[in-house]
Design a protein around this ligand. Structure first.
Ligand code: ADE
Ligand code: ZN
Length: 341
């Protein structure tokens, strides 16, 4: 087996992937036609073209607006997991979704979450890929909107919904705005994570940990600017969910060999690799492994560490985690031996 095939096929768990950023181009066009929604272009190659986070978020909202019926959410959730399995041997994903992006357009929260769960359960049945859901606070919402969103999540909660996260543009809207929403989620039994230090200083990581109670950090690239925060992350065994391609595009690290992920790995942090918004950044979880590991000359041992970090940093319960880890460990060993041979 050649190395690129190995990178693509090693078994993967993904902890940072936005449902709305996984819609296939052809599906966006199909849903937009069906619901009479005008797209700026049906050439989705150019629709999915941006170089700032704000430009990206505008199209992200547009793509979300093509999802209306429960069946739409189910179809996209299924297709999204099917792509992960086909393109990257995905075994399990903890997937973000943005409730307010849908509810503010008049789509009831129950329609969103029930549709997602339909698609996830079908994917588990047909493909054997598992998925859990993390509702994301959208930072550009008000604190009251975020709190109301958390209340809806807690009021209608299938087992698949396990956590609260936070996304949107980080620099203008710091995490402390959403302390009440995170406190309510924690009291209601949700696990907590947040995008942080993607586009803002390391202090945002500290705020997410100490004020919001986050257990993982999504991104974290500017952490190396503060050695105290690095030490804290090492001492806590904190997991980072990093996304090479998306951030190369919108945060200006086009050369992956110079992406801060390399420095984070060298500092000994628990880094995981993820696709963020795969279709919207013309990537997939397999390609993320191929591109980053090639650019940084990572060998099989580092690849194995990325794969197992994601299992260890996941929010599966202890027995599910042990079962998945053993399965992935065996598959990794077998593939590593085929690589050497
Ligand atoms: N929404 C979807 N992907 C995102 C990202 N990488 N950062 C902030 N908000 C997002
Ligand atoms: Zn993200």
């Amino acid at each position: 087996m050649d190395y690129a095939t190995f990178l693509r096929r090693v078994p993967k768990v993904e902890l940072h992937c936005h449902f709305e950023g996984t819609v296939r181009a052809a599906t966006v066009v199909d849903l937009a036609r069906r619901h009479g929604i005008a797209l700026p272009t049906e050439d989705v190659e150019s629709l999915y073209d941006y170089d700032t986070i704000e430009g990206f978020l505008t199209i992200f909202g547009l793509v979300a607006s093509t999802l209306i019926d429960r069946e739409d959410f189910a179809r996209v959730a299924f297709e999204s997991l099917e792509d992960g399995q086909k393109l990257g041997n995905l075994k399990h994903r903890e997937m973000f979704f943005n409730p307010t992006l849908h509810t503010r357009r008049g789509v009831p929260y129950g329609t969103v979450v029930d549709g997602l769960v339909d698609g996830i359960r079908e994917a588990e049945r047909q493909l054997g890929v598992s998925c859990r859901l993390i509702a994301d606070v959208y930072r550009q919402d008000t604190p009251d909107e975020a709190l109301a969103m958390v209340e809806s999540v807690l009021a209608h909660r299938p087992d698949e919904v396990i956590g609260l996260g936070m996304d949107g543009a980080e620099a203008p809207d710091p995490p402390e705005r959403f302390a009440a929403a995170f406190a309510r989620a924690k009291a209601g039994g949700l696990r907590l994570t947040s995008h942080a230090c993607e586009d803002a200083p390391p202090q945002n990581i500290v705020t997410c940990l100490d004020l919001l109670g986050c257990e993982r950090i999504d991104h974290g690239y500017h952490i190396l600017a503060d050695e105290n925060v690095v030490k804290r992350a090492l001492d806590d065994g904190l997991y980072f969910t990093c996304c090479p391609t998306a951030t190369a595009r919108v945060y200006g690290w086009p050369d992956l060999s110079r992406h801060p992920i390399g420095g984070m790995v060298a500092a000994g942090l628990n880094v995981t690799l993820n696709s963020d918004d795969p279709t919207m950044f013309h990537t997939d979880i397999g390609k993320e492994f191929v591109d980053l590991c090639t650019a940084l000359n990572y060998g099989p041992e580092q690849v194995r560490a990325f794969c197992l970090n994601s299992v260890d940093g996941s929010w599966l319960d202890a027995s599910e985690k042990a079962r998945l880890r053993a399965h992935m460990d065996a598959e990794l060993k077998r593939m590593q031996s085929e690589l050497v041979a």
